[in-house]
Ligand binder design. Structure first.
Ligand SMILES: C[S@@+](CC[C@H](N)C(=O)[O-])C[C@H]1O[C@@H](n2cnc3c(N)ncnc32)[C@H](O)[C@@H]1O
Length: 590
């Protein structure tokens, strides 16, 4: 393999071009020759390209190192996988006349399509990176030189950003034809592009209409592939045809989630899970997303193993107005899908662990820089991280933190006067606080933290790690009468009464809750358990329907294991606490 225009070219192709173009001077003639032989439109953009190519293939090449292409989400699909995808589509009797590869890279989906589909009239490939435009063209030539009898549709490989490309013209000109949109759009998120100062973004980046805070906290983060997939659906929704794109699983989940409000005219939505470690050497769950265009909107997605079709997985999607990850098991726990009467809260966020996370060694606090730290006790609290929440009951934290505020935005001047040692320590590391990247800290008091409020100071808590794949709730007790805090990877309910915390802890760890959470969460999400998920647990319904003897057995077990002496005497109060006040009552006392 050698390189021309920084693109790989096989000896077969370079020999062919050398033999056939060495005496051609006009770019029009050269383009006509390639079109006649292979169907590729405008192979050369200009005479200069023709000249450069002719010179390049007449001399031996050096290998050029690959540039960093992170901002382009560059994970080229290997030809074997592209072939399997195309073959899979033929088993569905898909016979496209028009094929679009929205970000075609080196063109493996195009050559796979040439190999597998027999009725194709036109192919369009769009690609932002010029060397790949060339490599696609060279690969097509190579394909035909090895398979001279294959059909030759008209092929356009276009050097453009997909965000500047006008798909409407293709849709208009081919409105009656069967279309296939296939490929593998870039694997990169808008926030990653932001951190790279990249402009490889759609012009309207806030396409999901998230508000400013969502964007700051990451909720407004989206995958460019999601934008591109939706762009394809919108442009071709009224056209007969299909979409088959390799995307991250989160993209598919988001599209099906948005179906509730958007109602895109797509159906037969399918997710065929691939092994992205094997195919792309990355640890991100990804799948082939398939759907049929121009149909009555479907609201759920059938899931399969791409390599073994018989291994069907649970379907996910909307069941009336509820979004569930496992439609089959959901019915067992559906009755507790509602609204939690208590508010789930995320733990503390400080983005400054080197300074704010402390270990206790031989009676001294030591920070992440291995410095011994002198502090007054008042603002120091025990803190738990996700890894601590494997335990069932905790009253002895491994780590400590400094709680600089009682609520978000509170002035922190008081630390200077009331806690001089703490102030000296914090201000000595002001530079590290100042270098916190997130804009939530801009124009906020010194040493600000987030995820703090009255609820943080509740003595008894029940918490879960958002990062774990299966649900497990932990009971957290105060340490020497001081509440223990949680970090921002965890979610919690806070209580003043130990009994309420223990009752909630039992309910949250019961079989019904576990089944319910299993049927509404996605284990491949970055965060399995989020505030939105936890707020769906109707603890009141659960409490009212739980078998009292089961409750007593659990309580006895907890009493015995952890040396408590708790009874169900507060159960009625617990139920009352969760029961909403009737409107009539409010009006009466208003
Ligand atoms: C994940 S790779 C896949 C390439 C090809 N579809 C395949 O399956 O092998 C994504 C491709 O998108 C291209 N790309 C990134 N941003 C683009 C843009 N704005 N417009 C067109 N192509 C883009 C990258 O250069 C890269 O070739």
């Amino acid at each position: 393999m050698m390189k021309v225009f920084e693109a790989n070219i096989t000896h077969q192709v370079s020999d062919y071009l050398n033999d056939n173009l060495k005496n051609v001077v006009s770019v029009e003639k050269a383009n006509q020759k390639i079109y006649d032989a292979f169907g590729i439109m405008y192979f050369f953009d200009n005479a200069e390209d023709l000249q450069i190519l002719k010179e390049a293939i007449s001399i031996p090449q050096n290998i050029v190192s690959e540039p960093d292409r992170t901002e382009y989400g560059d994970f080229q699909t290997n030809i074997e996988l592209a072939n399997k995808v195309a073959f899979h589509l033929t088993t569905k009797n898909i016979l496209p006349e028009i094929i679009i590869e929205p970000t075609c890279g080196k063109g493996n989906f195009i050559t796979a399509s040439l190999k597998h589909f027999s009725n194709v009239k036109k192919i369009f490939g769009i690609e932002i990176y010029k060397p790949y435009v060339w490599e696609s063209k060279f690969n097509i030539l190579d394909f035909y030189l090895s398979n001279p009898t294959e059909d030759k549709p008209e092929i356009s490989i276009i050097h453009s950003s997909i965000f500047d490309f006008d798909f409407k013209t293709i849709a208009k000109e081919n409105g009656t034809k069967e279309i296939l949109i296939t490929g593998n759009p870039p694997w990169v998120t808008n926030s990653k592009l932001g951190s790279l100062n990249s402009s490889n973004l759609p012009k309207k980046t806030n396409f999901k209409n998230h508000n400013g805070l969502d964007a700051m906290t990451g909720k407004g983060n989206f995958d460019i592939a999601e934008y591109i997939t939706l762009m394809m659906i919108k442009n071709f929704q009224h056209q007969k045809g299909n979409i088959a794109l390799l995307v991250k699983n989160t993209v598919i989940k988001n599209i099906v989630f948005d179906q509730f409000t958007k109602k895109y005219p797509i159906d037969n939505i399918e997710k065929h899970c691939i092994d992205s470690k094997k195919e792309f050497n990355v640890s991100v769950e990804a799948s082939l997303f398939y759907c049929r265009l121009n149909s009555k909107p479907a609201f759920h997605c059938a899931e399969f193993d791409f390599y073994n079709k018989s291994k069907a997985r649970p379907s996910f999607g909307w069941l009336s107005d509820k979004f569930v990850s496992n439609i089959d098991t959901y019915s067992n726990a559906e009755r507790i899908d509602g609204k939690c009467p208590f508010e789930w809260r995320q733990g503390i966020k400080h983005d400054c662990s080197a300074i704010m996370e402390l270990d206790k060694m031989n009676g001294h606090f030591v920070n992440g820089l291995k410095e011994e730290v002198q502090l007054e006790n008042d603002l120091v609290y025990g803190i738990l991280k996700s890894s601590d929440l494997k335990n069932t009951v905790i009253n002895e934290p491994r780590k400590y933190t400094i709680i600089t505020q009682k609520k978000v935005g509170q002035e922190t001047n008081y630390i200077k006067y009331n806690y001089p040692k703490t102030y000296k320590y914090l201000s000595g590391h002001q530079d590290i606080f100042n270098s916190r990247k997130s804009s939530i800290y801009n124009n906020k008091p010194l040493f600000s933290i987030f995820g703090i409020g009255d609820y943080s100071f509740k003595p008894y808590k029940v918490a879960i790690s958002g990062l774990y794949k299966t649900s497990h709730f932990t009971l957290i007790l105060p340490q020497h009468e001081k509440p223990v805090m949680l970090d921002d990877t965890c979610y919690m309910l806070g209580f003043d009464k130990l009994e309420f915390a223990v009752y909630s802890f039992i309910l949250l760890n019961c079989k019904t809750t576990t089944q319910f959470l299993q049927s509404i969460t996605f284990a491949d999400a970055k965060r399995t358990f989020t505030k939105d998920v936890l707020m769906r647990i109707d603890l009141l319904e659960l409490a009212q329907s739980i078998d009292k003897s089961e409750l007593q057995i659990e309580l006895n077990y907890i009493n015995k294991t952890y040396n408590f002496d708790l009874t169900l005497s507060c159960w009625r109060d617990f139920i009352n606490e969760m029961t909403p006040i009737q409107m009539g009552q409010i009006e009466l006392f208003a």
